[in-house]
Design a protein around this ligand. Structure first.
Ligand SMILES: O=C(Nc1ccc2c(c1)CCNCC2)c1ccc(-c2cn[nH]c2)cc1OCc1ccccc1
Length: 341
């Protein structure tokens, strides 16, 4: 109903639907004040049902994530019947479609992408979360041809940190670790490494290492851990895949060992940089000044307002101004001049 869209339309121009997922629809949009393009994920509360907790998890998790390879949440608008998430614009679409279009990627192109995936996952783990649904559908390509991790609906933040075991069996079977599908207690970080191994395989090979229409047959293949290595794989790639898709989680590579693994370092002089380039607490002066001028407030009170991180129009305006600055565009808010009488 219009009342729901009214709140959204106060701040955004909304264009056509670009994707419809399980319980959400994604539309293109533009933030009026900054002119920046955004993606708007629209969910009908009544259709969410038992998925509502998953959406709440995703929102609370994404509010704590600020990283160059994690899709940024800018604004949360909850109305009578809908939840709108305003998200970072990723016009390259899903990595899944990109791989299909190219059959499979070269080792060099895979390495560029895989270093970004490891950077995102290392950051997420350092924050105490396990993603638990790593797959090419959950990696989007931005307008700079960089990857952005999405879908934190299944992530877990064990109370005692990632040293605690998890129980819930979740995620997509083809990417799920053996210990997870066997219903054993597992460590989220170890399960994520297995999924990254399957992801690396799909990038290099253009197919799944373990696949079967029959669920039980698929489970048997995963627990057996044997898969085909296509002839175009280098011996280094074969070795790394083997170290990541170890059925025994204790023998599996750790994320820390991935950061400077010889395969990851080929053609590079430094290990994967996983620290964020935009720490959450950091407040950019240029953006604050432009907002203060626009809001006719002092710099101090504008700084204070932004620091509340309410994921409202203020948060969205600040983050989108920052995105503008980082893309080399002018740190300017729209100067709306009302029509002269
Ligand atoms: O910006 C996003 N998507 C997106 C934007 C523009 C274009 C495309 C895609 C590809 C299709 N051709 C038109 C160009 C976009 C951003 C964030 C999220 C998102 C973040 N957490 N959850 C979802 C989802 C997004 O989309 C999903 C999608 C839509 C159509 C296909 C492929 C992917």
């Amino acid at each position: 109903p219009l009342s729901d869209a009214a709140e959204l339309l106060k701040y955004y121009e909304v264009y056509d639907t670009i994707g419809t997922g399980g319980f959400a629809k994604v539309k293109l949009g533009r933030h009026i004040l900054t002119g920046e393009k955004v993606a708007i994920k629209i969910m009908e509360k009544k259709n969410l049902g038992e998925d509502l907790p998953r959406v709440k998890t995703e929102i609370e998790t994404m509010k704590n994530m600020s990283h160059q390879h994690v899709c940024r949440l800018y604004h949360v608008i909850e109305t009578h019947s809908r939840i709108y998430l305003v998200l970072e614009y990723c016009p390259g679409g899903e990595l899944f479609d990109y791989i299909i279009a190219k059959a499979h990627l070269s080792e060099e192109e895979t390495r560029v992408f895989f270093r970004q995936i490891v950077s995102a996952v290392a950051y997420v783990h350092n924050k105490g979360y396990a993603h638990r649904d790593l797959k090419p559908e959950n990696l989007l390509i931005d307008d700079d041809h960089n990857l952005k991790l999405i879908d934190f609906g299944l992530c877990a933040k064990p109370k005692g940190g990632l040293g605690d075991e998890l129980m819930t069996c979740c995620g997509s079977p083809a990417y799920a670790a053996p210990e997870l599908i066997q219903g054993k207690a597992y460590f989220g970080a170890e399960a994520d490494v297995w999924s990254m191994g399957v992801l690396l395989y799909t990038l290099l090979c253009g197919s799944l290492p373990f696949d079967d229409d029959n669920h039980m047959a698929l489970f048997r293949k995963i627990t057996r851990g044997k898969y085909w290595n296509p002839p175009w794989l280098s011996s280094d790639s074969i070795l790394l895949l083997k170290q990541m898709m170890q059925v025994d989680p204790k023998r599996r590579l750790k994320v820390g060992q991935l950061l400077d693994h010889p395969w990851m370092m080929k053609g590079y002089s430094s290990p994967v940089e996983w620290h964020t380039r935009q720490p959450l607490g950091h407040i950019d002066d240029d953006c604050i000044i432009e907002m203060a001028v626009h809001m006719k407030r002092s710099k101090q009170s504008t700084m204070h307002l932004v620091s509340e991180w309410k994921y409202d129009q203020t948060t969205a305006t600040y983050l989108l101004l920052l995105a503008k600055k980082q893309s080399g565009r002018p740190v300017r808010l729209l100067r709306y001049i009302p029509p002269q009488e």
